[in-house]
Design a protein around this ligand. Sequence first.
Ligand SMILES: Cc1ncc(COP(=O)(O)O)c(C=O)c1O
Length: 391
Amino acid sequence: MSDGPTEPAVVLAALERCLATADRPVPLHEPRFAGKEWDYVKECLDTGWVSSAGSFVDAFETMVAGLTGARHAVAVVNGTAGLHLALIGAGVDPGDEVLVPTLTFVATANAVRHAGGVPHLCDVERARLGIDPVRLEEHLSEVAERDDDGATRNRSTGARIRALVPMHALGHPADLDGLAALAERWGLALIEDAAQALGSTAGGRHVGHRGLAGVLSFNGNKIITTGGGGAILSNDDAFVERVRHIGTTARVAHRWELEHDAVGWNSRLPNLNAALGCAQLEVLDERLAAKRELTARYTDAFVDVDGASILQEPAGARSNYWLNAIVLDEPDRAVRDALLEVTNDAGIVTRPLWTPMHRLPMFADAPRMTDLTTAERLVDAVVSIPSSAHL
Ligand SMILES: Cc1ncc(COP(=O)(O)O)c(C=O)c1O
């Protein structure tokens, strides 16, 4: 980091040095299948076990639980479905408010709406990109109160505030110590949106099961992929039983009767996708190591770039560096857009962060913290850069 304006040509040159041997265009994040994927998928086709049960689903769940340290992992069709099920399983009822970051991929807020809830938008921290627990505490003290029965209510709407859903942006863990303590104080279910954070740890522990639950995504752009897919992590046996049940059409176990005791969903991950996932997980450690090397290379290359640096993992946490990112010292939409322009023109795919939820039409009326400027400034300061592990 140094002072002075950021020159797009200088940034491009730094990226070109790091990506000299990569074919153009260089995608932001590419899936790669160089392990046992063909063998495992062939086994599904040969045996006919292609749908939502099978040995690869069981093996995948065991592997995900093992490597995250969660007691349970429930494989689901995608991360959005996982968040939806987790919110329902946490008892989010129609009209309940759920605290989410305004700076997130839209699926976090969509899942709240799918569950009948109302996203309540929170600002984030500059360094970690996740919900700011100190400012959220101040906000809740102003707008909320706890009933005699322990429920937290929004004083102006009367709605119950039921859950807190932080998101680990780009793989960098949010402040889980602060957020877990806040959730405890206010009686909120803590559900981590860990869609981008497979392999990330905070305080030495894998993210995603600090509170009631967490959700991973295995979309094609993630660190490992099942094509589409996700997993709910939890250490709570009763919660896991509930989400498995409602995610499997709420079918009551019986040898032949098709009996259901609730309105459920069909959210289980097919065996075919789980087969891909098993092969991908076998190379996760290599991938995490390669990504750290890439981050080190980018970091070195940006030492001499004025006014910009490479985003680093927060203190006390280890990021999977899912997406590396350039951060401008001074947020500036025009400079950010100039960077996007020159890099994409040169065949190096770069992207801005997500449009904050409070700027999207469907969440325009959502309750929120009054000051969301840290998120706004980050959007004007951050550009994601190519981050596939094989780079
Ligand atoms: C933060 C975040 N939440 C949720 C999701 C939804 O996951 P999926 O695409 O698997 O539905 C994604 C990503 O793709 C994400 O990045």
